[in-house]
Write a protein that binds this ligand. Structure first.
Ligand code: NAD
Ligand code: ZN
Length: 254
Protein backbone atom coordinates (compact mmCIF):
# COMPACT_ATOMS: atom_id res chain seq x y z
CA UNK A 1 0.00 0.00 0.00
CA UNK A 2 1.98 2.90 -1.38
CA UNK A 3 -0.06 5.60 0.32
CA UNK A 4 0.47 4.02 3.75
CA UNK A 5 4.19 4.78 3.50
CA UNK A 6 3.43 8.28 2.23
CA UNK A 7 1.09 8.88 5.19
CA UNK A 8 3.80 7.69 7.61
CA UNK A 9 6.27 10.09 5.99
CA UNK A 10 3.81 12.99 6.09
CA UNK A 11 3.04 12.31 9.76
CA UNK A 12 6.73 11.97 10.64
CA UNK A 13 7.44 15.34 9.00
CA UNK A 14 4.41 17.09 10.52
CA UNK A 15 4.50 19.53 13.41
CA UNK A 16 0.80 19.51 14.25
CA UNK A 17 -1.37 16.66 13.03
CA UNK A 18 -5.11 16.50 13.73
CA UNK A 19 -7.66 13.76 13.02
CA UNK A 20 -11.31 14.01 12.05
CA UNK A 21 -13.11 10.72 12.68
CA UNK A 22 -16.55 9.40 11.87
CA UNK A 23 -18.71 6.32 12.37
CA UNK A 24 -16.46 4.22 10.08
CA UNK A 25 -13.63 4.06 12.62
CA UNK A 26 -15.98 2.24 15.02
CA UNK A 27 -17.29 -0.29 12.48
CA UNK A 28 -14.53 -2.75 13.45
CA UNK A 29 -15.83 -2.42 17.03
CA UNK A 30 -19.21 -3.71 15.89
CA UNK A 31 -21.02 -0.36 15.72
CA UNK A 32 -22.91 0.13 12.46
CA UNK A 33 -22.38 3.45 10.63
CA UNK A 34 -25.23 5.54 9.27
CA UNK A 35 -24.28 5.63 5.59
CA UNK A 36 -22.33 3.19 3.45
CA UNK A 37 -22.53 -0.59 3.31
CA UNK A 38 -24.41 -2.13 6.25
CA UNK A 39 -25.35 1.34 7.44
CA UNK A 40 -28.38 2.00 9.58
CA UNK A 41 -29.90 4.15 6.88
CA UNK A 42 -30.41 1.19 4.59
CA UNK A 43 -33.11 0.32 7.14
CA UNK A 44 -34.50 3.60 8.52
CA UNK A 45 -35.18 7.13 7.33
CA UNK A 46 -32.78 9.39 9.22
CA UNK A 47 -35.00 12.42 9.12
CA UNK A 48 -37.78 10.37 10.63
CA UNK A 49 -35.74 9.27 13.63
CA UNK A 50 -32.49 11.21 14.03
CA UNK A 51 -34.08 14.66 13.90
CA UNK A 52 -34.79 16.65 17.06
CA UNK A 53 -38.40 17.20 15.96
CA UNK A 54 -38.90 13.42 15.78
CA UNK A 55 -37.55 13.07 19.31
CA UNK A 56 -39.90 15.78 20.57
CA UNK A 57 -42.93 14.51 18.65
CA UNK A 58 -42.52 10.79 19.16
CA UNK A 59 -39.77 9.95 21.67
CA UNK A 60 -41.05 6.41 22.07
CA UNK A 61 -40.52 5.63 18.36
CA UNK A 62 -37.03 7.20 18.37
CA UNK A 63 -36.15 5.16 21.46
CA UNK A 64 -37.41 1.92 19.91
CA UNK A 65 -35.80 2.35 16.52
CA UNK A 66 -32.58 4.22 17.25
CA UNK A 67 -31.57 4.71 20.88
CA UNK A 68 -32.39 1.34 22.42
CA UNK A 69 -30.16 -0.66 20.04
CA UNK A 70 -27.44 1.93 20.27
CA UNK A 71 -27.36 1.64 24.08
CA UNK A 72 -27.17 -2.16 23.90
CA UNK A 73 -24.31 -1.99 21.39
CA UNK A 74 -22.36 0.83 23.04
CA UNK A 75 -22.63 -0.58 26.57
CA UNK A 76 -20.17 -3.34 25.60
CA UNK A 77 -18.24 -1.88 22.61
CA UNK A 78 -14.45 -1.86 22.87
CA UNK A 79 -11.90 0.26 20.98
CA UNK A 80 -10.27 -1.34 17.92
CA UNK A 81 -6.84 -0.85 16.30
CA UNK A 82 -8.08 2.36 14.63
CA UNK A 83 -8.77 4.00 18.00
CA UNK A 84 -5.66 2.63 19.72
CA UNK A 85 -3.53 3.61 16.71
CA UNK A 86 -4.65 7.24 17.00
CA UNK A 87 -4.05 7.15 20.78
CA UNK A 88 -0.56 5.84 20.04
CA UNK A 89 0.06 8.71 17.56
CA UNK A 90 -0.89 11.15 20.32
CA UNK A 91 1.53 9.50 22.77
CA UNK A 92 4.28 9.79 20.15
CA UNK A 93 3.65 13.55 20.15
CA UNK A 94 2.48 13.56 16.51
CA UNK A 95 -1.30 13.84 16.83
CA UNK A 96 -2.47 16.85 18.82
CA UNK A 97 -6.27 16.63 18.64
CA UNK A 98 -9.04 14.31 17.50
CA UNK A 99 -12.27 15.91 16.31
CA UNK A 100 -14.78 13.07 16.40
CA UNK A 101 -18.32 12.97 15.09
CA UNK A 102 -18.80 9.77 17.06
CA UNK A 103 -20.74 9.62 20.28
CA UNK A 104 -19.42 6.23 21.41
CA UNK A 105 -16.57 7.40 23.66
CA UNK A 106 -14.17 4.83 22.17
CA UNK A 107 -11.34 7.31 21.53
CA UNK A 108 -11.22 8.17 25.23
CA UNK A 109 -11.45 4.50 26.15
CA UNK A 110 -8.46 3.84 23.87
CA UNK A 111 -6.45 6.46 25.78
CA UNK A 112 -6.77 9.56 23.58
CA UNK A 113 -6.71 12.66 25.78
CA UNK A 114 -7.41 15.54 23.41
CA UNK A 115 -10.73 14.62 21.89
CA UNK A 116 -13.46 17.01 20.80
CA UNK A 117 -16.88 15.34 20.76
CA UNK A 118 -18.39 17.35 17.95
CA UNK A 119 -21.80 15.67 18.12
CA UNK A 120 -21.92 15.25 21.88
CA UNK A 121 -21.80 11.99 23.75
CA UNK A 122 -23.93 8.92 24.31
CA UNK A 123 -22.27 8.31 27.68
CA UNK A 124 -24.84 10.45 29.51
CA UNK A 125 -28.61 10.88 29.32
CA UNK A 126 -30.49 14.07 30.17
CA UNK A 127 -34.13 14.35 31.28
CA UNK A 128 -36.07 16.27 28.63
CA UNK A 129 -38.17 17.80 31.41
CA UNK A 130 -35.93 18.66 34.41
CA UNK A 131 -32.42 18.33 32.83
CA UNK A 132 -31.35 15.81 35.47
CA UNK A 133 -28.51 13.58 34.18
CA UNK A 134 -27.64 9.88 34.47
CA UNK A 135 -24.78 7.81 33.09
CA UNK A 136 -26.19 5.81 30.16
CA UNK A 137 -24.77 2.46 31.27
CA UNK A 138 -26.71 2.70 34.56
CA UNK A 139 -30.01 3.55 32.86
CA UNK A 140 -32.71 0.91 33.17
CA UNK A 141 -34.37 0.41 29.79
CA UNK A 142 -36.81 -2.34 30.73
CA UNK A 143 -39.58 0.17 29.95
CA UNK A 144 -39.38 2.19 26.70
CA UNK A 145 -39.15 5.13 26.73
CA UNK A 146 -37.29 5.21 30.05
CA UNK A 147 -38.37 8.03 32.36
CA UNK A 148 -36.76 10.18 35.02
CA UNK A 149 -38.32 10.29 38.51
CA UNK A 150 -40.05 13.54 37.46
CA UNK A 151 -41.85 11.72 34.64
CA UNK A 152 -39.76 13.31 31.86
CA UNK A 153 -38.21 11.11 29.16
CA UNK A 154 -34.44 10.50 29.05
CA UNK A 155 -32.53 11.45 25.91
CA UNK A 156 -28.85 10.96 25.05
CA UNK A 157 -26.59 14.02 25.20
CA UNK A 158 -25.92 13.69 21.46
CA UNK A 159 -26.54 16.36 18.87
CA UNK A 160 -29.60 15.41 16.81
CA UNK A 161 -30.20 16.79 13.31
CA UNK A 162 -31.74 20.22 13.72
CA UNK A 163 -29.75 20.91 16.91
CA UNK A 164 -26.83 23.25 17.32
CA UNK A 165 -23.21 22.05 17.64
CA UNK A 166 -22.05 22.98 21.18
CA UNK A 167 -20.37 26.38 20.52
CA UNK A 168 -17.19 25.48 22.45
CA UNK A 169 -16.73 22.35 20.29
CA UNK A 170 -17.18 24.32 17.10
CA UNK A 171 -14.64 26.97 18.16
CA UNK A 172 -12.08 24.36 19.30
CA UNK A 173 -12.54 22.30 16.14
CA UNK A 174 -12.09 25.28 13.83
CA UNK A 175 -8.99 26.22 15.78
CA UNK A 176 -7.60 22.68 15.44
CA UNK A 177 -8.38 22.66 11.71
CA UNK A 178 -6.66 26.02 11.22
CA UNK A 179 -3.56 24.98 13.20
CA UNK A 180 -2.81 21.63 11.61
CA UNK A 181 -0.37 20.80 8.85
CA UNK A 182 -1.69 17.26 8.38
CA UNK A 183 -5.29 16.12 8.82
CA UNK A 184 -6.21 12.44 8.94
CA UNK A 185 -9.84 12.01 7.92
CA UNK A 186 -10.86 8.55 9.11
CA UNK A 187 -14.14 6.72 8.48
CA UNK A 188 -16.38 9.63 7.65
CA UNK A 189 -18.59 10.05 4.60
CA UNK A 190 -18.09 13.82 5.07
CA UNK A 191 -21.73 14.52 4.36
CA UNK A 192 -22.75 15.96 7.70
CA UNK A 193 -22.14 19.71 8.09
CA UNK A 194 -20.47 21.59 9.67
CA UNK A 195 -18.12 18.68 10.61
CA UNK A 196 -17.36 17.99 6.95
CA UNK A 197 -16.14 21.56 6.58
CA UNK A 198 -13.16 21.04 8.93
CA UNK A 199 -10.97 19.39 6.26
CA UNK A 200 -11.83 22.28 3.91
CA UNK A 201 -10.62 24.80 6.52
CA UNK A 202 -7.41 22.79 7.00
CA UNK A 203 -6.86 22.46 3.26
CA UNK A 204 -7.30 26.21 2.72
CA UNK A 205 -4.57 26.74 5.31
CA UNK A 206 -2.21 24.50 3.32
CA UNK A 207 -2.54 21.27 5.33
CA UNK A 208 -2.16 17.85 3.73
CA UNK A 209 -5.46 15.96 3.90
CA UNK A 210 -5.20 12.16 4.12
CA UNK A 211 -8.34 10.05 3.97
CA UNK A 212 -8.65 6.54 5.38
CA UNK A 213 -11.83 4.88 4.12
CA UNK A 214 -12.70 1.76 2.11
CA UNK A 215 -14.96 3.93 -0.08
CA UNK A 216 -14.57 7.25 -1.85
CA UNK A 217 -16.28 10.18 -0.12
CA UNK A 218 -17.43 13.72 -0.79
CA UNK A 219 -13.85 14.86 -0.06
CA UNK A 220 -12.00 12.41 -2.30
CA UNK A 221 -10.32 14.21 -5.21
CA UNK A 222 -11.81 17.63 -4.39
CA UNK A 223 -10.29 18.14 -0.94
CA UNK A 224 -8.10 15.19 0.06
CA UNK A 225 -4.55 14.94 -1.20
CA UNK A 226 -4.87 11.17 -1.26
CA UNK A 227 -6.96 8.34 0.11
CA UNK A 228 -5.86 5.06 1.66
CA UNK A 229 -8.61 2.62 0.73
CA UNK A 230 -8.98 0.20 3.60
CA UNK A 231 -10.37 -0.43 7.06
CA UNK A 232 -9.33 2.04 9.73
CA UNK A 233 -7.76 -0.55 12.07
CA UNK A 234 -5.72 -2.28 9.39
CA UNK A 235 -4.54 0.97 7.83
CA UNK A 236 -3.56 2.47 11.21
CA UNK A 237 -1.50 -0.63 11.99
CA UNK A 238 0.27 -0.22 8.65
CA UNK A 239 0.96 3.46 9.23
CA UNK A 240 2.30 2.86 12.75
CA UNK A 241 4.70 0.13 11.68
CA UNK A 242 5.96 2.30 8.78
CA UNK A 243 6.35 5.23 11.20
CA UNK A 244 8.33 3.12 13.65
CA UNK A 245 10.65 2.04 10.85
CA UNK A 246 11.15 5.65 9.73
CA UNK A 247 11.89 6.72 13.30
CA UNK A 248 14.31 3.88 14.03
CA UNK A 249 16.27 4.54 10.83
CA UNK A 250 16.35 8.34 11.28
CA UNK A 251 19.71 9.84 12.31
CA UNK A 252 19.79 10.75 16.00
CA UNK A 253 20.53 14.43 16.78
CA UNK A 254 23.66 15.35 18.70
P1 NAD B 1 -21.32 7.87 8.04
O1 NAD B 1 -22.13 6.74 8.60
O2 NAD B 1 -22.00 8.91 7.25
O3 NAD B 1 -20.15 7.28 7.13
C1 NAD B 1 -19.37 6.19 7.53
C2 NAD B 1 -18.14 6.15 6.65
O4 NAD B 1 -17.25 5.16 7.18
C3 NAD B 1 -18.42 5.76 5.20
O5 NAD B 1 -17.74 6.67 4.35
C4 NAD B 1 -17.83 4.35 5.08
O6 NAD B 1 -17.32 4.09 3.78
C5 NAD B 1 -16.73 4.39 6.11
N1 NAD B 1 -16.33 3.09 6.67
C6 NAD B 1 -17.06 1.96 6.79
N2 NAD B 1 -16.33 0.99 7.38
C7 NAD B 1 -15.11 1.53 7.64
C8 NAD B 1 -13.93 1.03 8.25
N3 NAD B 1 -13.83 -0.24 8.73
N4 NAD B 1 -12.86 1.86 8.35
C9 NAD B 1 -12.92 3.14 7.88
N5 NAD B 1 -14.01 3.65 7.30
C10 NAD B 1 -15.10 2.86 7.18
O7 NAD B 1 -20.54 8.45 9.28
P2 NAD B 1 -20.23 9.94 9.64
O8 NAD B 1 -19.56 10.61 8.51
O9 NAD B 1 -19.54 9.84 10.95
O10 NAD B 1 -21.63 10.67 9.87
C11 NAD B 1 -22.70 10.04 10.53
C12 NAD B 1 -23.14 10.68 11.85
O11 NAD B 1 -23.73 9.63 12.60
C13 NAD B 1 -22.03 11.18 12.71
O12 NAD B 1 -22.24 12.51 12.86
C14 NAD B 1 -22.17 10.49 14.07
O13 NAD B 1 -22.55 11.43 15.05
C15 NAD B 1 -23.32 9.56 13.95
N6 NAD B 1 -22.98 8.14 14.25
C16 NAD B 1 -22.09 7.83 15.23
C17 NAD B 1 -21.77 6.51 15.50
C18 NAD B 1 -20.76 6.22 16.57
O14 NAD B 1 -20.65 6.99 17.52
N7 NAD B 1 -19.99 5.15 16.44
C19 NAD B 1 -22.36 5.47 14.76
C20 NAD B 1 -23.29 5.84 13.76
C21 NAD B 1 -23.59 7.18 13.51
ZN1 ZN C 1 -36.62 14.77 35.14
Amino acid sequence: MENVLQAAKDLAASRHAVALTGAGISVESGIPPFRGKGGLWEKIDPMEYAHIEALRRNPEAVWRVLIQDMKTTLDTARPNDGHTGLAQLEKMGILKTIITQNVDGLHQLAGSRHTIEFHGSFAWMRCMNCSNRIETRYLDISVIPPRCACGGIWRPECVFFGEEIPPRCLIDSKHAAMSCDVMLVVGTSAEVQPAAYMPVIAKNRGATIIEINPEKTALTRSVSDYIIRGKAGEVMNGILSALNQIRSSAPVDG
